[in-house]
Design a protein around this ligand. Structure first.
Ligand code: BDR
Ligand code: CA
Length: 315
């Protein structure tokens, strides 16, 4: 039986791992139709994330993709960035030329709203790869769209791995916890790729060399990005390689059977200075709070990298 490609909006703050996620989506037209990409402030400020998103679309050979700039700061807080992980540009590693393709004039939040109103109900999936500011801003501005979303598949949070930007919080949720709270309480079906799973999607020397061996520009870029990105997590965790966090979101849309998790309740800590942005995930079912998310805990890493190399090699 042929399956129609799933319509998605990618909401992103590139970031080397965001870049690999976007390349995977754009290389998979039989599975995924990318309606547009909305940039958000996160790993680096918005002026860089929207630029980086355009660079990545051009690298994928898709200059016709629609790229929008969204929010330049979290809903209620000052922006926290992660140049210490991703470098000053957010895409440090290889030399990158300025993009030529245009940035769309419309605000990213309005694009999300208009798209959800125009497309048939529950046919559009939102894929946030950064702080949840744009998604929450759209839900606040146009509450009628909330019930029209098919699903939200996001990278963020942690339970067993706890935190990477503070001892208690993962970066994407920490940067805009109020936005995360709105999303997790929205009632939209949510799939979460927390650090618990993304820390198992680790690059290794042979996996990186497989990208380089493609002999293509995207293959070389992915190898150089992961080379750059790797040093940080190897120093911090002593891990074998770098976690490809954000590509887990796109891989789940294509091959959900590579992943496993639990339907559980997830609440966001927004009050405490000590644990702000913590995803309080009821993995063990110790409360009566209703499940609001499929919280992923494990993946078939070999299958995940097979998929990535097969698809990136097409570009
Ligand atoms: C998340 O934060 C960013 O640094 C990555 O791009 C990923 O989305 C991991 O905590
Ligand atoms: Ca990201």
């Amino acid at each position: 039986m042929t399956r129609l490609p799933r319509k998605i909006i990618i909401d992103t703050d590139p970031g080397q791992d965001d870049a690999v996620a976007i390349l995977l989506a754009l290389a998979s037209p039989e599975d995924i139709e990318v309606l547009g990409l909305t940039a958000v402030a996160g790993n680096v400020p918005l002026a860089l994330t929207e630029r980086n998103t355009r660079i990545i679309c051009e690298l994928a050979g898709k200059p016709e993709a629609l790229v929008f700039a969204g929010c330049d700061a979290p809903l209620k807080r000052r922006l926290v960035t992660a140049e210490h992980v991703h470098g000053q540009t957010g895409l440090d590693g290889p030399q990158l030329a300025d993009p030529v393709m245009p940035l769309q004039a419309q605000h990213g939040v309005d694009f999300i709203i208009d798209t959800l109103r125009q497309q048939p109900e529950k046919t559009v999936t939102l894929c946030p790869l950064g702080p949840l500011t744009n998604i929450a801003a759209a839900f606040l501005k146009a509450p009628d769209i909330v019930d029209r979303v098919q699903e939200i598949v996001l990278m963020g949070g942690a339970y067993f791995e706890v935190g990477n930007i503070t001892p208690a919080a993962e970066f994407n949720i920490y940067v805009d916890p109020e936005a995360a709270e709105i999303v997790f309480r929205s009632g939209v079906p949510i799939v979460v790729m927390p650090l618990d799973v993304t820390h198992k999607a680790l690059t290794t020397r042979p996996r990186i060399e497989a990208f380089r061996a493609m002999g293509t520009e995207p293959g070389r870029m992915v190898a150089e990005w992961t080379d750059f990105f790797e040093r940080f997590d190897m120093q911090k965790y002593g891990s074998e390689g770098a976690p490809l966090h954000d590509p887990c979101v796109i891989a789940w849309l294509i091959r959900p059977e590579l992943f496993s998790g639990r339907h559980i309740n997830v609440e966001i800590e927004v009050q405490s200075d000590l644990t702000r942005g913590m995803t309080v995930a009821d993995w063990w079912g110790v409360t009566d709070r209703p499940a609001n998310a499929l919280f992923i805990g494990d993946l078939d890493a070999a299958g995940f990298f097979e998929l990535l190399t097969e698809r990136i090699a097409r570009l």
